[in-house]
Design a protein around this ligand. Sequence first.
Ligand code: BMA
Length: 848
Amino acid sequence: MTRSRTPLVDGWTLALAGPGDGAADGHPAPPSPDTVPKTPVTVPKTLPDTLPDSVPATVPGTVHTDLLAAGLIPDPYLDRNELDLDWIGHQRWSYRCRFDAPPAAERTDLALDGLDTVATVLVNGVPVGRFANQHRSHRIALDEVLRPGPNEVEVVFDSAWEYARDLERMLGPRPNAYPTPFQFVRKMACNFGWDWGPSLVTAGIWRPVAVETWDTARIAGVRPLVTVDGAVGRVRVEVDVERSAGRDAALTAAVAVAGQRAEVAVAPGAGTVTVELAVPDVDLWWPHDLGDQPLYRLDVELHAAAAGDLGDAGPQLLGAWSRRIGFRTVELDTSPDATGSAWTVVVNGVPVFARGVNWIPDDCFPSRITRERLAARLDQAVQAHVDLVRVWGGGIYESEDFYELCDERGLLVWQDFLFACAAYPEEEPLRSEVLAEARENVQRLMPHPSLVLWNGCNENIWGYFDWGWRDELAGRSWGAGYYLDLLPAVVAEVDPTRPYYPGSPYSGSMDRHPNLDTHGPMHLWDVWNQRDYTAYREHRPRFAAEFGYQGPPTLPTLRRAVHDEPLRPDSPGMLHHQKAEDGNGKLARGAAPHLPEAATFEDWHYLMSVQQSEAVRFGVEHLRSLRGRCMGSVVWQLNDCWPVTSWAAVDGDGRRKLLWYGLRDAYADRLLTVQPRDEGLAVCAVNDGGDTWSGPLTVRRMSLDGDVLAEWSASFEVAGRAVAQVALPAAVCTPDRPSAEVLVAETGDGEQALWFFVPDRELALPDPGLDVEVAPSGDGCRVTVRAERLARHVVVLADRWDDDARCGDGAVTLLPGRTHAFEVTGARPPGAVRDGDGLRTLHGVTRR
Ligand code: BMA
């Protein structure tokens, strides 16, 4: 038996390959001693005038991280180092590795799971493959070139920049949202720079490489189609078989799941065989807020002639494949209704209000993203009561690890095909790449129950309608053929169990504007870009797939990444770590009507963080209060790929920003919120739990000093997965002094909603009269804060005591006479905690 797999992990080296086909001509050269990076943090003070002949390389990895590990470049994420590293993406690079010929077999293959991106593979100096798609894997038969004993594999990467520019020249320019040709190469688009990401155009072997041997035949692909029919789970497994040359032996494919087993003979000459199994009384897989996540192991084996028992790796076993699957149904309900048409994800027959976040690659260098890191990030999503993650189209088709972790956690995943913010050419060679890439990734990801939706593109249909593209294109292709024909055909052919939708936003027809509030998913970007955040209330979408508001990273992350002295919102490093067009201007204009001016950098950081949390909370509460008409709120964005001021809830070092806590509270199963309704105010009780929520509701209008000015009581009842609205009488919600009063709604079980009659900056905030006690607790402490009078946006700044300390709450508003205990892990304060020192309140900032 010669079936073997030898991963090529050790012994790789990286070298500059010099200009190939003239590819690197006319582009920035490698650094000379005069172009020493500005902020050498961990690198030598001078760089060699030429790079060494070669450096050790990590596979999977990327050129940037190898040069970083060799001490040849500074950390691209610090200060303005990005600017000095542009040359890397314009060079040709060569990776080499020696390996010993494996024991002879009928076939010896080089299996490459991912090359980034424009690559020529040579074995013993002989070119064996040329590729230009980061999102595909490749298998190369080596039998013709393999030698006994030592062999060498080399992968030469041409500049993705150059390749894209060449295709742009060949196919004609196409409009896009950024000044780079990212849509002319099948590579993670945000790598070229985005409005939250640096331009670090990578090259490298970003997924594993192995030498594999086999005889007779192997499993070349498996497509499990998993559905549920009443109480019966059904699995239809299509198995692709590849045979070695000249071998047409009788084969058997065996499939087993949940104690059920079937085997089917593979007829000589046949390339695909289908095996079907039924699992009675199957336990359903649910998103975490609706139920459990039972996963069943699905085993597929390929045997020569008759099969032995599964698991018996006897002499007849030719190949084995195994994944964990889950039984559930999923539909996208787009049925017409009185408003337009629904846009609702339905799992096991239950319509889900998606409490979602958008996801971007967690690092500009994806080979650094470990399973542990993904687990931590996805745990942060679940802990914020997120049930849906949208993998955005400017990144990657996420990894097996990502999807397995989502399967386990009951997170629904919406995966975009990789088209974002640009007009994409449909001509060759790109069209064939898109087709192959789509087929491969739909097949790769289809075992995962968490994957519930394939979406064609991010904002490209919107761009075509609204961003002047139509004129610029002058009839050239822009991607419509992908979104409306090619991609839906691939999903229907490869995985008909999954819904497909052409774009986000898209209104279901090219005859309608794509970003309507009556049909389809909508992106609410007027708010961040042009309008006050209270304008979220003017939108009544069927599903909000993107909306968000910026805030800075946490202070420890910021201080690690930016060493400006002094640190100011507009100091050079800060501006470099703010990639959005007029980002700081938008932050300042957004804050002006709501918040006081900041006297210090720390105050600015506090106010901008509070603003981000408040703005997004405001949007989420509004959208959830529309439950029924609206069935999704997907916040832009959960994570960052480096330390940057952005829309993220978790910063580039994985620390939770105030927004994360705001999201956690606004996404709780039970949400009480006060909303304007019919010229007055109403309390909305939103219930995304399964049980009825009911009880007394008390509404008080009180002065900020604590005097109760009006009080009203009622009872409320809201069924599971529903919203109830209780209109408030004018007497309780009409203030005498709007700047000095607050409306407080409270349920019997302690849920609370506040309504202020004026923006924060117009509040006549009294001195809150805080009483702060700190008591040790575990490895941290409990900070108990009592407010004599209203204390607005109280934040305990535990990360000032230790970079990795964490407070269990974000910005908390304390009513007069109330107490809140902030649980801090990982640090205790060096001294007393008071406003301005370890703790901040809005009153404290106003007073300065
Ligand atoms: C949307 C996204 C991203 C972008 C974000 C913030 O358009 O699709 O392209 O980063 O807005 O501007």
